[in-house]
Write a protein of this length. Structure first.
Length: 302
């Protein structure tokens, strides 16, 4: 195992995308990829383990003792030796991972991650990028009001970045049908301009503060709207086409904050993703509720 490395936990099913981003991978344990050097800014990662330590353990009790000596709160990533790992986890303090009620801030307690490399070797990182076990953000879901579960992506993005629309803020929701994101934004008290050629579900269109426009998101110009507080997009299109739309809005200076989904059709377009990541002040992430897609967030334009 290399000296001076970082561990990256890939989202389930996207290990290849993460490996392509990292460039060099020295070892792999299930979804956990080890890469030499300091932490890299990558998108296809569920959780980054900073300064992971290799611990030699004499027994289950010794493993739990060594982990407790480093810190209190731990999340297990189990890729092998499942029974032994579970017995170690039982000896550690219980970590509550109750689903969040949106909008709720991210937990502030440090949460480390660990795994068994073999029966006598444990890899542990007391400090990780995610405050959630294995980067899995879960919410108390509303299973009746929203027309789809797409709103969970939006809730997750806003929660992780600690900012969401306030009552009265003007939001543009592109590619809004059937209305999951519009529903979530209207519940916050925002003024939502919902744009899609397809119809919005009638009960969502009737919510207070919702204005519906039955037209293409790509035929709009920033100047036609004037200043807005947020631009949201979950529109289905090639990432390159979305980039040109976003670029117009960023250059116009008429929008302060962006949350957009890059949906990959077929293979992953790493070049297009890199163009989004290169926009000053932006972050490109894979959310727990994303599928073969990334979420691009820009909140720096105050």
């Amino acid at each position: 195992m290399p000296a001076g490395f970082t561990a990256y936990l890939a989202p389930e099913g996207f290990e290849t995308e993460l490996e392509a981003e990292l460039g060099e991978v020295s070892a792999r344990y299930g979804r956990l990829l080890l890469s030499p050097g300091a932490p890299k800014q990558v998108a296809w990662v569920a959780n980054t383990w900073f300064d992971p330590q290799r611990l030699l353990i004499a027994s289950i009790a010794d493993a739990a003792r060594q982990l407790r000596a480093l810190q209190r709160n731990w999340a297990l990533y189990a890729h092998a030796h499942h029974r032994r790992a579970a017995l170690i986890a039982e000896r550690l303090p219980h970590v509550s991972a109750k689903p969040l009620v949106f909008p709720t801030p991210v937990p502030t307690a440090l949460l480390g991650s660990w795994t068994l490399l073999d029966e006598r070797t444990l890899l542990a990182a007391p400090h990780c990028s995610s405050a959630f076990p294995n980067g899995e953000v879960r919410f108390v879901e509303d299973r009746t009001a929203p027309p789809s579960r797409a709103y969970l992506k939006l809730w997750e993005a806003l929660t992780l970045f600690g900012r969401w629309p306030e009552p009265g803020e003007r939001c543009l929701d592109l590619g809004s049908s059937p209305g999951g994101w519009t529903w979530a934004l209207a519940r916050l008290g925002a003024q939502v301009i919902s744009v899609d050629k397809a119809p919005l579900e009638p009960r969502i269109a009737a919510m207070p503060g919702v204005e519906v426009r039955r037209e293409s998101a790509f035929g709009l110009t920033p100047e036609a709207f004037g200043p807005i507080d947020w631009l949201f997009s979950d529109v289905v299109c090639y990432p390159e086409r979305l980039f040109h739309l976003v670029e117009r809005w960023v250059q116009s200076g008429l929008c302060r904050r962006f949350v957009c989904t890059l949906k990959f059709q077929g293979g992953t377009d790493h070049a297009a993703a890199s163009r989004f990541a290169a926009i000053s002040g932006a972050r490109l992430v894979h959310l727990h509720h994303n599928k073969h897609e990334l979420t691009w967030i820009l909140l720096a334009r105050e």
